[in-house]
Design a protein. Structure first.
Length: 114
């Protein structure tokens, strides 16, 4: 489980400003959120890498720029390759259509170099 925002940054990528503020303004709530984050992201039946690829595909399908970029940053921290992300985006394309694929690819090309 992440103990502070630096741990969270290693776990998920870019830490949203509201998380940093939550840690300062409401440490109890922050602790509960971090416990949930750990439960979700920790290796289980699926690896953290697999979960990250799922998160990228979902964020691209929703066309959520902040979430895509944050998840891509986390993917880099986990050693996920650009080819792995591209494959996950093809799954998003199959289920969510061309806009999800194009959106994800545009963010990928900006965040992760070959």
């Amino acid at each position: 489980m992440a103990k502070d925002t630096k741990d969270l940054e290693r776990m998920i990528g870019k830490v949203p400003k509201f998380f940093r503020e939550l840690a300062e303004k409401d440490p109890q709530m922050y602790g509960m959120v971090m416990k949930l984050e750990g439960h979700i992201w920790d290796d289980g039946a699926l690896t953290r890498k697999t979960k990250k690829l799922i998160a990228i595909a979902i964020a691209a399908s929703l066309r959520d720029q902040h979430a895509v970029r944050a998840q891509l940053a986390g993917a880099k921290n986990l050693g996920i390759s650009k080819k792995e992300v591209e494959e996950a985006l093809r799954v998003a394309f199959l289920l969510a259509g061309m806009p999800a694929y194009v959106y994800g690819k545009a963010q990928l090309d900006e965040v992760m170099a070959e």
